[in-house]
Write a protein that binds this ligand. Structure first.
Ligand code: ASP
Ligand code: MG
Length: 422
């Protein structure tokens, strides 16, 4: 029986030394059977994003850049003492499979996912080969046979019941001969058998789905930070570690920009009451943060920033009320253009909303879709500041000399859209 799921992100496996560190962590937990979810190494996903944009314009140029990504992985394989040509053959097969599946297609989103998904396929193959060479009983599994999604490439929706059945069946089959299962975060597949992805930084969510499907005791997300902090240590000096956090607190913090875990991670584990540990892969003595149901608990003020949010103000050209019908038109457009709303407010004739950073194509589509009957003012590049359990003094310090464009308070949570400091 699997009792634990681990997830290691790109930073945890970015160098040969850190990959050896991951081995040590896995070995020290080898009394339980583990499922280990892995992201792409280091900044591979970003590099593949560039490969994709070049590939669209000039296939050969894109493929040349992809060769570089393969070479970088091969160099790590050599440092780890692996057979380079065996590794290259294994990962080049993924390139051939994924690209031949979209030969001739003009669906950019589909092509994007076939390229961007290579990072996880490369990294899991590398780690598996390495752990096997180190004598561990490891099995590589293709997550695309287990996570079923729709075809919203780039941000696919997971069919949770269907995936749950596949995960438990396929993993169970491996258990007699393997004690560590390695598989990819971030990826899934649709009904056509095409690779899909779950949204940037989506590997945490994959790990939560596995934890849910296998009904494990705990999920551990290994990070390069000590756990969940009261604010981003890169921005503030006096931050402290939150040792216990409720599911609700975690979901609210991450939804509004706390980057430590992906916001979608919480729901599946909350549904089964599974504990989530967020802890450091460097400082192994520190126990980090545990997310669960800690009962009645008081929190210190928690500060979360989300950079690059967009503020949109919408009024009807004919000066009529913004009523439920108009709101439903606006909401349908948001869904169609895949824009994610963070906060909103309506008045008699206007509707103001703050959305997550989005590409120009989606924003233009949104504008075009509404401009016949509405006037839209769209401004970009603001910051969304969320302070939970706030105290006025802290808030005053935070927004001193800053221009506040929008403000919303609910209970002891305040949210402000503020102009970015230059
Ligand atoms: N590799 C993917 C990304 O960078 C998924 C992840 O890291 O969670 O977005
Ligand atoms: Mg990552």
């Amino acid at each position: 029986m699997i009792t634990k799921v681990f997830k290691f992100g790109g930073a945890a496996i970015s160098t040969p030394t850190l990959i050896a560190n991951v081995r040590d962590i896995i070995v020290s937990h080898s009394s339980s059977k583990l499922v280990v979810i892995i992201s792409a190494m280091g900044r591979t996903t970003k590099a593949l994003d560039i490969v994709f944009s070049k590939y669209l314009k000039d296939k050969e140029h894109g493929l040349k850049l992809l060769d570089q990504v393969v070479d970088d992985h091969a160099a790590v394989a050599i440092s780890l003492g692996l057979d380079e040509s065996k590794y290259r053959t294994a990962i080049e097969r993924f390139i051939i499979e994924n690209l031949s599946a979209v030969e001739g297609s003009r669906n950019e989103y589909l092509i994007h996912d076939q390229i961007i998904s290579l990072g996880e396929l490369f990294s899991t193959t590398l780690l598996t080969e390495y752990l096997l060479a180190q004598g561990l009983l490891v099995k590589w599994m293709d997550v695309r046979n287990m996570i079923m999604t729709n075809d919203s490439y780039g941000n696919a929706t997971v069919n949770l019941p269907g995936s749950k059945v596949k995960i438990s069946k396929k993993i169970k089959k491996q258990l007699p001969t393997a004690s560590i299962i390695i598989t990819q975060g971030f990826l899934g597949s649709d009904k056509h058998g095409h690779t899909t992805t779950l949204g940037r930084e989506g590997s945490d969510y994959t790990a939560a789905i596995f934890a849910y499907a296998l009904n494990v005791e705990s999920l551990t997300i290994w990070k390069d930070v000590p756990g969940i902090m009261t604010a981003d240590p890169a921005l503030f000096s006096d931050v402290s570690l939150l040792e216990k956090v409720s599911y609700r607190e975690a979901i609210e913090m991450t939804y509004y920009g706390a980057k430590v875990i992906h916001p979608k991670t919480i729901q599946p584990i909350q549904n089964k009451g599974i504990k989530l540990y967020v802890r450091s892969f460097i400082d192994l003595k520190s126990t980090g943060t545990v997310i669960g149901d800690p009962g009645a608990q008081t929190y210190p003020p928690i500060i979360v920033f989300d950079d690059n949010v967009i503020l949109i103000s919408i009024t009807r050209i004919d000066f009529s009320f913004i009523d439920e019908e108009h709101l439903s038109i606006i909401f349908s457009k948001l869904i169609e253009c895949k824009l994610r709303m963070m906060i909103m407010r309506n008045s008699a004739i206007s509707f103001t909303l703050c959305i997550k950073d989005a590409d120009d194509r989606s924003l233009t589509k949104f504008h075009e879709g509404l401009k016949d009957k509405h006037k839209l003012v769209i401004t970009k590049g603001h910051q969304l500041l969320t302070v939970r359990h706030y105290e006025q003094k802290i808030l005053d310090d935070l927004i001193k000399d800053r221009k506040v464009l929008f403000e919303e308070t609910l209970d002891r949570t305040i949210q402000l859209v503020i102009e970015k400091q230059s």
